[in-house]
Design a protein around this ligand. Structure first.
Ligand code: URA
Length: 255
């Protein structure tokens, strides 16, 4: 616990220094870079082993094995906790695994946790999450509900990226086997892909304003891309399209 807190304090200090404009780390002791380079060249020429990064583990392959071995949702959660190859985990306070009841006909896949989600360990609990709950409730669905009204919610990545940046392609690639397994274990009837990162991960393409409202397939299931509620908070005019998409979802569930 203590080292976790120390890590966060050290990181906050570093971020503060970067904001002040610090671009280089300089120690009290002078370093002769010419001598260090000459030593490395001499070592290479003599065939001595140079330090090299550990390239033994392929993060995507490791993720595939770990996710594939999980036989239920608690095991999948545990596999993510002990995965250890995604740097986002080091900067996050909590794993944000999922929220909602199973079985659920609808599984919603968001992008990544933000500040509130990171603090509470639950997806979509900030302002965008409140709007999402209102949107779902308007068509009789919700994460607190059960039976045919249940919605199960998760994200493409389960740890908050620094400064809420988009997850990188490498981070998405290593989390994808876990997401795929997550969908297979929940066994929903259909998916909602919330925003661009979700479309990138599940469909291999971005461009949510073109993709939204058009049913497609992801992980072998019908999937509906929708604009992200965070976008709706910034762009209220887009709520009209979101409402049309919700009605479209409701009709599909009734069909
Ligand atoms: N945005 C997301 O995509 N997911 C969350 O959990 C919160 C905000």
């Amino acid at each position: 616990m203590e080292s976790h807190l120390e890590w966060h304090s050290a990181r906050a200090l570093l971020e503060w220094q970067v904001e002040l404009g610090v671009t280089e780390a300089i120690s009290d002791m002078p370093v002769n870079r010419y001598a260090a380079a000459a030593e490395a060249v001499a070592a290479a020429a003599s065939g001595a082993a140079l330090p090299h990064p550990n390239v033994a583990e392929d993060p995507v392959d490791t993720a595939r094995k770990a996710a594939g071995a999980a036989q239920d949702l608690p095991a999948l959660r545990a596999a993510l906790e002990s995965y250890g190859l995604c740097d986002l985990q080091k900067g996050a306070r909590n794993l944000v695994f999922a929220d909602g009841n199973t079985p659920a006909r609808v599984m919603l896949i968001g992008e990544a946790p933000g500040r509130e989600e990171d603090l509470q360990g639950k997806p979509f609990v900030g302002k965008a999450g409140k709007l999402l709950d209102q949107m779902l409730s308007a068509i009789g669905l919700g994460r607190e509900r059960g039976g045919d009204s249940a919605v199960y919610i998760t994200n493409v990545v389960p740890w908050r990226p620094p400064q809420n940046r988009d997850p990188s392609p490498a981070e998405i690639a290593m989390m994808l086997p876990f997401l795929q397994r997550h969908v297979a274990l929940v066994k929903p009837d259909l998916l909602i892909l919330m925003g661009n990162v979700s479309c990138q991960a599940c469909l291999g393409k971005r461009g949510i304003t073109r993709l939204r409202g058009q049913w497609t397939q992801a992980f072998g299931l019908p999937a509906l891309p929708m604009v992200h509620p965070a976008y709706l908070l910034r762009t209220p005019i887009a709520k009209r399209a979101a409402w049309a998409d919700l009605l479209n979802l409701q009709a599909k569930l009734k069909a």
